[in-house]
Design a protein around this ligand. Structure first.
Ligand SMILES: O=C(O)CCC(=O)C(=O)O
Ligand SMILES: [Fe+2]
Length: 333
């Protein structure tokens, strides 16, 4: 059976777009976006010699916004460019080539090339295709979902993953200190060496009616943290005080999202960001989020050292696979 891919739909539409992509008025970005204002989420310079200041900024941003951008993070800009180029080259392959990496039908795993099976109540589809595969831990990697074309895909992506690891460690350390724990304790509590790093490449083709559709609809990420590099086409939006704002694209910055699991382990101190994406009329937008997640069997609850009479647990411990199942099927947690 031929799968519906948004990239193929986009290459055939001229004016009218299929109804399954048209959002209700309450969601349409043309109606719901605050025009002309970008959201100035904190931009944190990791090369600042004042480490106390960096720490304070990361903690404050995670409490108030659940989102920040980091610059001077030691991942070379040349490497980011190559990493984005190889991902883009994959999506420019023929449909037949890409389908070799299609998600296994019926599999519970997210890995592979695909288009989201809608679990949304109104059954609308996002204007986006994606490729998911793991970057870490090595024992969990399934290279069957890593493109063999372009040939440098694996080498470049592994190099990026190595650098990203260092950034993830730094962020966990800062967030651990922000909870009043030792720097190593947060990572240790979540079986840190086994944390899954799951890459998703989002491919949002041009759309004749960007004001009517969404790429990824409003959500928070299930991860502890998500570290994302977009291309230069504007599209990420975040919700603040019930309004949707564009998040400004900053060249070479990594966008960090606080995810649901971080909210749980911090007993509500760190807030996940509510976000969505819009698409462009004439340009292809792409983004490369890496979700830093627990192993499926890992139980995540508020860190025991944070709990006392004044700070009772706000969340029940839950295996990540159960959390994910409820979230994906819209079952209350
Ligand atoms: O494309 C983006 O900037 C964000 C995508 C996103 O939120 C997601 O895939 O979870
Ligand atoms: Fe997201």
């Amino acid at each position: 059976m031929e799968s519906l891919r948004v990239q193929n739909v986009a290459s055939h539409v001229n004016e009218a777009i299929p109804e399954m992509f048209v959002r209700s008025k309450t969601e349409q970005p043309g109606v719901t976006t605050v025009q002309g204002t970008t959201l100035q989420v904190p931009i944190i310079d990791l090369s600042n010699p004042n480490e106390e200041k960096i720490l304070k900024e990361i903690i404050e941003a995670s409490c108030e916004w659940g989102m920040f951008q980091i610059v001077n993070h030691h991942i070379p800009s040349e490497l980011i460019r190559k990493y984005q180029d190889v991902g883009k080259e994959f999506f420019e392959l023929s449909p037949e080539e890409k389908e070799k990496y299609a998600k296994d039908p019926g599999s519970q795993s997210l890995e592979g090339y695909g288009t989201k099976l809608q679990k949304e109540l109104d059954g609308k589809k996002g204007w986006v295709d994606h490729l998911f595969h793991k970057l870490w831990p090595p024992s969990d990697i399934n290279y069957r979902f890593w493109p063999e074309n372009p040939p440098s895909y694996r080498e470049v992506t592994e190099e990026y993953a190595k650098y990203l690891h260092g950034v993830v460690d730094e962020l966990f350390k800062a967030l651990s200190l922000g909870l009043g724990l030792e720097g190593h304790e947060l990572r240790e509590a979540v079986n840190g060496d086994k944390l899954v790093h799951l890459l998703k490449i989002n491919y949002y083709p041009p759309c004749p009616h960007p004001e009517l559709v969404l790429g990824v609809p409003a959500h928070s990420d299930m991860s502890f943290l998500t570290l994302l590099v977009p291309n230069e086409v504007q599209g990420l939006q975040a919700c603040k005080d019930d309004q949707w704002y564009d998040v400004k694209y900053v060249p070479n910055a990594i966008v960090v999202h606080v995810g649901d699991q971080m909210q749980v382990i911090s007993n509500g101190k760190y807030k996940p960001v509510w976000h969505r994406t819009t698409v462009s009329k004439n340009e292809t937008r792409m983004s490369w989020p890496v979700f830093i997640e627990p192993q499926p069997e890992q139980e995540v609850g508020p860190h025991p050292k944070l709990l006392n009479q004044d700070n009772p647990p706000k969340f029940k411990p839950k295996k990540f696979k159960d959390y994910a199942y409820c979230k994906l099927n819209k079952i209350p947690q």
